[in-house]
Design a protein around this ligand. Structure first.
Ligand SMILES: C[S@@+](CC[C@H](N)C(=O)[O-])C[C@H]1O[C@@H](n2cnc3c(N)ncnc32)[C@H](O)[C@@H]1O
Length: 111
């Protein structure tokens, strides 16, 4: 987990800053962490939002059930206001209007 975080947390934070979700996510933000892997992007968000994590909702999606399970465990251990589901990034079931930002392999953000 630490190894994954060391590699991807730096670009993850830069992306989240560009999306306006860091240094602190606006209250009520709903974020789709698309292709979430081990949940590094989600961890960056909740670590920045320690004071009131209930003001942030994250949906973590990954195609690989092992990654979904791993992220689900992290969510439970850290009591994040998030859920992990098996979601194909190329066939997202949620409307764009639901969320403020989609990780989506770091290539796009929805305002
Ligand atoms: C580099 S890893 C994790 C990236 C993660 N966002 C991060 O910053 O650490 C890429 C992830 O994409 C997932 N993936 C690949 N194709 C996918 C797809 N079509 N839909 C959802 N997840 C996918 C893989 O299972 C893997 O967990």
């Amino acid at each position: 987990m630490e190894a994954a975080e060391a590699v991807t947390a730096v670009p993850a934070r830069a992306m989240l800053e560009q999306c306006g979700l860091l240094p602190s996510p606006p209250a009520g933000s709903v974020v789709l962490d698309n292709a979430c892997g081990a949940g590094v992007v989600t961890a960056c968000l909740f670590k920045a939002n320690n004071s009131d994590s209930k003001c942030l909702t994250v949906i973590c999606g990954d195609l690989d059930p092992t990654m979904v399970d791993m992220t689900r465990q992290r969510i439970k251990i850290n009591d994040w206001n998030a859920q992990a589901e098996r979601i194909d990034a190329q066939a997202v079931i949620y409307e764009d209007s639901l969320y403020a930002c989609s990780d989506e392999f770091r290539s796009s953000a929805h305002a």
